[in-house]
Design a protein around this ligand. Sequence first.
Ligand code: DOR
Length: 436
Amino acid sequence: MTDLIIRNARIALPDGSLLEGDLACTQGKISKISAQLDMQARESIDAQGKTLLPGAIDPQVHFREPGNEHKEDLGSGSRAAVHGGVTSFLEMPNTSPPTTTQAALDEKLVRAAKKCVANYGFFIGATPDNLEVLNTVSPVCGIKIFMGASTGSLLVNKEKDLENIFAHGSRLIAVHAENEQRINERQVEFSDRDTAETHSLIRDNECALLASELALKLSNRYQRRLHILHLSTKEEVALLRQDKPEWVSAEAIPNHLLLNVEDYHTQGALVQMNPPIRTREDNEALWQGLHDGIIDIIATDHAPHTLEEKQQPYPKTPSGMPGVETSLPLMLTQMQAGRCTLKEVLQWMCSGPAELYNIKNKGRLIEGWDADLTLVDLGNKKPVRNEDMFSKCGWSAYAGWDLTGWPQYTIVGGQIVYDNGTIRDGVLGQALQFSE
Ligand code: DOR
């Protein structure tokens, strides 16, 4: 007998086509996909009218544990993930203490094993003097460099320190590309302003471009695997359009595709993040970059802060917005509106991140691959409501947006973990493996 059968679903196949049929899960794997399966299962789901997708992989989240568990922790962050159809996540090192040593990484892995309901992987954080750790620590999905300071203490902004990291080793380097010197100068220049929209003036497009140019230059010099996180400007898209070697990849997040400086008028510092939200023109350039393959994948940069923290006067407000539980419905809603295809969404959010980070057997519905799945409802719309969020921070910048594609079930390793609004007890995710 098989463990779980999802019957009568519209199953999203790797080529983007939909097969009306059944999918069976056995011992954590997708054991069979077929128009009709005549077999018994311990549990079955009638998925009539619903669409079965590979679980999304969110390759950039901040889950705050250890150190800031009042905003989020690995348990709450992972529950938010499966609520949004995300079955695997890669978490950033700007926790407290930061993840800059093997011991700090081990500590996160131990904590995650006890409470994460989705699969998890972690970045190692670069400092000016932990080069040896960066190249020996394990298991990590890559090295994170904050070229400009953001939440937390991590920063490597001097070119000689950056060059030292790019010159030694072969692991993927993921950069938060903002130029620290320009940020500091402009903070002084705009110090008489106290509205949140000042944030986009201080950390302007040039800040992002200067840092992306430097990262690209160093990556070219050493042919070093580079991933530019949360690309936000039309200038960076143009830069990569001109020069994107095969060892360079880039990412966009829904906030930079769907929000822009006009949103400060209604949302104030709720939409303050690093790099900041930009203009409509930048939104458009990022969409075009995605369609053209200049931008490879979508992450969320899920960065929860409490509403109380976000309600302080600017510039005391912390930067970042939650996003892990709304990204898939947001993108599926964009798909329904004709902005992109299902094939693109699956590539940007499922198979693309798996390939980019060398995560085997995830991101596609293929027999023998891991049974990480989400069954979504594309037939109805439901508004985002703060009170429905599973993230500990309890709010979303998309509150009030009417979205389709909300998950009804999310399945991790062949086990139902999210079931129509509730998390089932006893299901845990696993540590992701990264083949180098
Ligand atoms: O806005 C941001 N918030 N950008 C980052 O790079 C970090 C994040 C956070 O951790 O709060």
